[in-house]
Design a protein around this ligand. Structure first.
Ligand code: IVH
Length: 711
């Protein structure tokens, strides 16, 4: 899909040649307008619905600019539903109803080497703390490169189909999913619970994909860049006859409780109901895992899988153990994806520029001669930082190895020095910020160069606002990068809190190019709907370096309300002594290290940041953290506990995870704030300290009794 920009350039060049001049200009413009409209619509779907644009903003802008230009020159050819008449696909965003999943849909942790895979397996084993030599079975199945689908069946009848969405709720694509032959409307001989969810992947067979692209070319339509883009675009059609015309398939890989004890048995049961499932391998050791990975890799290399896969997923077979392992904020602890090694290509560095990131870090970016890597045309690759450029001695004009590992940002792997040309030019790292012109700083002993002009630097404020409005933060649909840029340019917003005053600027917004009454209303409604937010999301939205979703949750659990957090953080920032109480209190929270605490302190030590947070609090409603789902009948609910000694019934990590589910805070050391000390074998010095301070001590058996309420 990405090759279209060069196609346009070609058309523009062709236009100048004598032969092409002979062609009827209007006919050609009509062709190109049709082509551009298709392209823009497809990119809109990728950008707005999947958050995974396959071209850069500049390239996208170029497509739109070209369309506008042609429509101005040939007004007759401008259709009412031209993409130039709308901003992205906001309409279709609301066209799909939301469906809440019965259980959250997680993503997976990745391993890229045997060592990483084996480390994951060992960590899970430690967590389970089983008797020595108890084998743990892992099921290996190919990781299909499509899009996740959640099917809900009631009494064996398909009642809904949803995309993954934000993991909690997805978009209702039932009508479209029903056109996929692999998805049964009624399960055969259904004998399961009344309501279940079956999870799996919608994908396209390689051969069907090739044929489809060949047909598109014949019809002068632009081919899809890869089968995943094609599958996702096809499923998100508003017109289900288009979905029906695409060769979509489905394979199951998960289910909610159906009364089975193992994943393997569950999959057999799914198959007996008519759900297609794939070939899986059972592994009983790390060695088996590595062998199975090699096996699937070789099948893939020989093109014997038949559809695109990007790794192998490993899941613990025993469902009881899966339940015990549970999940962290992002991914389950009982499953991981071992990804195939990325594909590499040789290309030339045409230029190097620098980008300003959300936190002000300046990242050098290599602009390369476009190359196809893993089905995607790559034009840019990260060079990480100044040191990396020096270490690899990367120069403009060099031939380099470019690597793209799965979905991650392409990077320059190495320089092929033997091919170096005498005209290659070393890159001089700038001293001034390319966005605001202020002087750049390099932190002592760190490789990152930063612009510390923060919100006053336009490049950073775009990132910060984009992060603030993102799904995991305030989740304001329609407030994408383009809109933010426009609003900043027109002075409608400067800082994130200005978003909540936009309703007073309705008239100005409606005047903007592409913003009619309807789009403005949609946006303002989305903003209104976002005004109430949970404490952890609020903390995350501030975009404080190193305070991601998981740290935000820990902070929310610890401070419970925004007022508590702000006063603690401000007290913290007025003192720079790490030994003082507020700081050590913070680093004592499990999951918050001293560098995270330092970031929080540094953020609030900027008066502007503190004012911004206070202004935000006055405009939105931050719900206090609540342990709603937790069994608050437990004596540990809301208490601070410390573990000591060796626990015999479970590992420390499992104990910690259970404690959190019970609504307790786990600290590493005993202090006057400790409510309980859970004592395992050989209590040690913490036991003495607790006794001295009068902290209540609880035996492991009592702890096990209470925690069993949860498992
Ligand atoms: S299992 C809790 N098995 O990969 C485990 N996922 O990166 C849930 N995927 O969102 C996933 N093939 O869409 C599983 N054989 C497979 C898979 C698979 C593809 C996708 C799935 C998931 C993503 C995670």
């Amino acid at each position: 899909m990405v090759c279209e920009v060069s196609y346009i350039t070609k058309l523009m060049n062709d236009r100048d040649t004598k032969t092409k001049r002979a062609l009827d200009a209007e006919e050609k413009a009509e062709q190109e307008i049709r082509y551009l409209s298709d392209q823009i619509s497809e990119h809109d779907v990728l950008y707005y619905q999947f958050d995974s644009p396959s071209i850069s903003d500049e390239e996208y802008d170029l497509l739109r600019a070209r369309l506008r230009d042609l429509e101005m020159r040939f007004p007759k050819l401008k259709s009412q539903d031209s993409p130039s008449q709308r901003v992205g696909h906001l309409a279709s965003d609301s066209a799909f109803k939301k469906i809440k999943h019965l259980k959250p849909v997680f993503s997976l942790d990745n391993a890229f080497s045997d060592e990483q895979a084996s480390a994951f397996i060992e960590k899970s084993a430690r967590f389970l703390n089983l008797e020595k030599n108890t084998p743990i079975e892992w099921i290996a199945d190919p990781k299909i490169d499509g899009l996740a689908m959640v099917l809900r069946y009631v009494n064996g009848e398909l009642i809904s189909a949803a995309t993954r969405g934000n993991g909690e709720e997805g978009e209702d694509v039932t009508k479209n999913a029903k056109t996929i032959c692999d998805i049964p409307n009624s399960l055969i001989n259904y004998d399961g619970p009344s309501e279940i969810e079956i999870r799996g992947e919608v994908y396209i067979m390689e051969a069907d994909f090739q044929k489809m692209n060949a047909d598109r070319k014949k019809e002068d339509l632009v081919p899809f860049a890869n089968s995943r883009n094609c599958a996702s675009g096809s499923l998100r059609q508003l017109d289900d006859t288009i979905t029906a015309s695409r060769p979509l398939r489905f394979l199951g890989y998960g289910f909610t409780d159906i009364g089975e004890k193992s994943y393997e048995d569950g999959m057999k049961r799914l198959a007996s109901w008519g759900i297609p499932v794939q070939l899986s391998l059972r592994c009983r050791s790390v060695d088996d895992v590595i062998k199975s990975f090699r096996y699937f890799s070789s099948l893939r290399e020989k093109n014997r899988i038949g559809y695109a896969i990007d790794g192998v997923v490993y899941k613990i077979n025993n469902l009881e153990w899966q339940k015990r392992l549970g999940s962290s904020a992002r991914a389950p602890r009982f499953a991981f994806a071992y990804k195939f090694r990325s594909e590499e290509q040789i290309t030339t560095i045409e230029d190097i520029s620098v980008q300003v990131g959300r936190t002000g870090v300046i990242t050098p970016v290599a602009h390369v001669d476009p190359v196809l890597v893993g089905g995607v045309v790559v034009r840019r690759a990260s060079l990480h930082n100044e040191d990396e450029i020096s270490r690899k001695d990367v120069r403009i004009g060099d031939k380099v190895v470019l690597r793209r590992a799965g979905d991650v940002i392409p990077k320059i792997e190495s320089v092929i020095e033997s091919m170096r040309n005498s005209s290659s030019k070393p890159f001089n790292f700038p001293n001034l910020c390319p966005s605001c012109g202020s002087e750049l700083f390099r932190e002592p002993s760190k490789s990152a160069v930063k612009c510390i002009n923060s919100f006053a630097c336009p490049a950073q404020s775009i990132w910060k606002i984009r992060h603030f409005t993102s799904k995991q933060a305030f989740n304001i649909a329609g407030m994408g990068e383009q809109t933010i840029k426009t609003f900043i340019n027109f002075g409608l917003i400067r800082l994130v809190d200005d978003i909540f005053d936009l309703h007073q600027k309705r008239n100005q917004i409606e005047q903007l190019d592409g913003f009619g009454k309807k789009a403005t209303t949609n946006l303002l409604t989305a903003i209104e709907n976002s005004r109430e937010i949970s404490l952890d999301r609020f903390i995350f939205s501030l975009g404080i370096p190193e305070i991601g979703e998981s740290a935000s949750k820990e902070l929310a659990k610890h401070y419970l309300s925004i007022d508590n957090l702000v006063s603690a953080a401000c007290a913290l920032s007025s003192s720079y002594d790490p030994a003082i109480t507020p700081f050590s209190d913070l680093t004592n929270i499990d999951g918050i290290g001293s560098s995270t605490a330092t970031q929080l302190r540094d953020f609030f030590s900027f008066r502007d940041n503190e004012c911004l947070v206070r202004s935000l609090i006055s405009k939105v409603k931050v719900a206090p953290f609540s342990h709603e789902k937790i069994k608050n009948s437990s004596q540990f609910f809301g208490k601070t506990i410390v573990f000591t000694g060796r626990l015999e019934t479970m590992s420390r990590s499992e104990a910690k995870s259970i404690a959190e589910k019970l609504g307790a805070k786990v600290m590493n050391s005993v202090s006057s704030k400790t409510d309980f000390l859970i004592v395992g074998k050989g209590g040690g010095s913490k036991l003495e300290e607790a006794e001295y301070m009068g902290v209540q001590c609880v035996s492991e058996s009592e702890w096990a009794r209470q925690s069993s309420m949860l498992i």
